[in-house]
Design a protein around this ligand. Structure first.
Ligand code: CMX
Length: 136
């Protein structure tokens, strides 16, 4: 398994609107876009910090994993995401090494990426995401 780079850091928020000025103005990160990710029941806002993105995750339903996270732990750091090639092969490698995947097949994420999460119990308490960017 070899990760290519850090892709983004996910932060769980109750309201993107309430935090937009902090990331965009106070920290001065470049705002990219807001998009709905129905498969994850979230609305996400992206800001660029150099080559890395900060992703604000706002739940769109009470059943969203992010709504449950905020209810249990409050707003804050939610996951770390890495860029990989051939995500299906990477998932197979992780499973073969005995790690528990939340997603055993990739699903569509923001920015037309294919994504898959490892279970935080298999990654020492850090929810970890693999992302394969769309080929242009
Ligand atoms: N980081 C670290 N640990 C987490 C976590 C997170 N983000 N979310 C939950 N956990 C921990 C819980 O605290 C709990 O630990 P304890 O048993 O020690 O209390 C354990 O994981 C299981 O949590 P749970 O509350 O019993 O189960 P949930 O129903 O909340 O599910 C999880 C947890 C990780 C399986 C679920 O949130 C999930 O499937 N996440 C992946 C999808 C996701 O997060 N999507 C949103 C982002 C979308 C995007 O980036 O596009």
């Amino acid at each position: 398994m070899s990760v290519k780079s850090l892709n983004h850091i996910g932060i769980a928020v109750r309201s993107i609107e309430d935090q937009q000025a902090f990331y965009g103005d106070t920290l001065g990160l470049e705002f990219e876009n807001v998009e709905d990710v129905p498969s994850q029941q979230v609305r996400v806002a992206f800001f660029r910090a150099g080559d890395i993105r900060i992703e604000l995750l706002e739940p769109t339903s009470a059943d969203s994993p992010v709504a449950k996270f905020i209810e249990k732990r409050g707003e804050g750091l939610h996951h770390v995401a890495y860029t990989v090639d051939d995500i299906q092969a990477r998932i197979a490698e992780l499973r073969e090494s005995g790690l528990r995947m939340i997603d055993e097949t990739p699903r569509p994420g923001a920015h037309h990426m294919q994504i898959a999460f490892l279970h935080p119990k298999s990654s020492f308490g850090v929810l970890t995401e693999l992302c394969e960017p769309a080929k242009h």
